[in-house]
Design a protein around this ligand. Sequence first.
Ligand code: WT7
Length: 688
Amino acid sequence: MASTDSKEHEKQLEGWFYPSEEIKSEAYVSSMDRYKELYQKSIDDPAGFWGDIANEFYWKVPPSKEKFMQFNFDTREGKVFIKWMEGAVTNISYNLLDRNVEKGLGDNVAFYWEGNFPGDSKQITYSELLSEVCKFSNVLKDKGIKKGDRVAIYMPMINELVVAMLACARIGAVHSIVFGGFSAESLAERILDSTCKVLVTADGSYRGAKLIDLKEISDEAIGKCKDQGFTVETCIVVQHVGGGSGNGTVSPRTSPVAKKPCPPIQTNFNSAVDCWWHELMSCASDKCEPCWTDAEDPLFMLYTSGSTGKPKGVLHTVGGYMLFTAVTFKYVFDYHPGEVYWCTADIGWITGHSYITYGPLANGATSVLFEGTPFYPDSGRFWGVVDKYHVSKFYTAPTAIRALMKFGKAVVQKYNRKSLKVLGTVGEPINPEAWLWYYRTVGDERCVIVDTYWQTETGGHVITSLPGATPMRPGAASFPFFGVVPAIVDEHGKELEGACEGFLVMKQPWPGMARTIYGNHERFERVYFSKFNGYYTTGDGCKRDSNGYYWITGRTDDCMNVSGHLLSTAQIESALVEHDAVTEAAVVSCPHKEKGEGIYCFTTLMEGVEFNEQLIKELKQKVRSKIGPFATPDVIQNSPGLPKTRSGKIMRRVLRQVAKNDKKIGDVTTMADSSVVDNLFHNRPHVD
Ligand code: WT7
């Protein structure tokens, strides 16, 4: 019996799964034939296809058919450029808010805010959001922010974060959001790169039982900027956790779990720079004429890891991003009016930008905005929230699914989850075991899973399944979204046909793709367009099977994917060598049960320095303070010698084998001293 069961299980891992009749019957795209038809139209007639979608939005000057899509991907032909609807004039906050209010959706809930502590919740309607956005637009203008200026945002998952970003969009300013898990050093580096005169933050935020002192980190970052000769003129602080030395009008948050108020935090307040959000808002007008921007004006920048270690400020523009996030949201989640949608990502990452703020609001959707973690107060929190708001479309990451799997079924089955229809996944390839658990245990084999492959640079989903159309394969991102033309090339840049494996590239732009790296277009060309002439290089490996399904196999550059977040090995190495004890460091990824990839560090120490627990602690701390807690190394191995080629290059391929304790290291004839490898295997620390 047991063996039949496990055989059955094996079969399922490689199996086919189909959307139910119920899901198909209400889907916008209810068959593969229909998908192919729409896809073909999007490729044959981009101006017609995207023009129809553009018509649903308000344009002061509508896009002209001739100028719909213009681009050059080939560096041999001149500068790389990508433009959609240049010359058309609109405002994205107007389209997300005013347009929906005028359509009669003003009283609809835009966000159900669910705080870290159960019971701490509130909601905001479209009209209320519009009025808050107008007020904050006026506040920013008052602080001297004009069209094209950059504004740094370092905030927890609260309504004010959405308000701040849309206010920037309303006045044509460029928001640069830095995820709240980044350190002061990382925040400062980003503020400096984009020269932001204004920083918007909060006094703090709870994540589970832990208080994160965002204001203190902000102060430290502002100090670091000053050391570099740059002044952040204004820091606007939302009083979220309460207490502190503010005016005391906001009471401290109460934890209904602990049945006591959260300890107030003493917020430092420097009146030359700091302003309380609520004080500025209380006297701001709630009317603000939008700044009418060109479709190709910048909307926001968002930093992502690059293989050299210096983060890249990926820049997105107004018009194309608006169309692409709106349309992917509608089709990939098959969102229908009246439904409640929930994306558990943080707005500090691209997933939150596109699929918490822009895509859902462009569709007039109702979403959950969640401040907390999946494990607080217990690991049933996600499903409790799903039941509380009758969430029907749910979007999370494989790393969260794997972490929840280990708590078993019972804590999921305690909740009824009957409202769920579509379950999305994003961030890294999902292993079939996690896929099946998501499908069976969370979705009761009733829901559809959409595996959405995309990147900070792509702005929105580029390879994905569609709920009513795609037969599902656990682990396959499946097919290109409308307007996206992928190809798989070999190491010489030759396009491969049929079933094959190689480098994933894109042959032409789609509206939501990034236009440049802020302040460094040359780096944009080098990173994405120089490896294979005429193609956008994703940096991912990919397999196409005989049915045409695309399966992402992981990064092909020196980036690691840790819990769905990209980190560069170089960035972690340079943090480690900053410690006095370290002369050289090499970082690779290793398989990790929950995070997907873990961070494995090899360090060579100065003569005479002892490798001990205290040093490991200090090295981990060094990385945390340079980058942020989410980049904390999993393993640090003392490595008196590192495997190098005769020309002195570290052989990461060999280190990856050591990290996973796999002795099949392949050809090492180029290695200068092969005894180094035996020592590394011999001295591997015990790893779970
Ligand atoms: C990298 C982009 C896009 C939002 C989150 C990450 C990996 C992302 C998938 C998926 C396989 C995936 C890729 C990609 N990735 N989604 N569904 N299947 N891999 O954004 O930090 O820019 O990372 O995440 O490696 O290149 P990002």
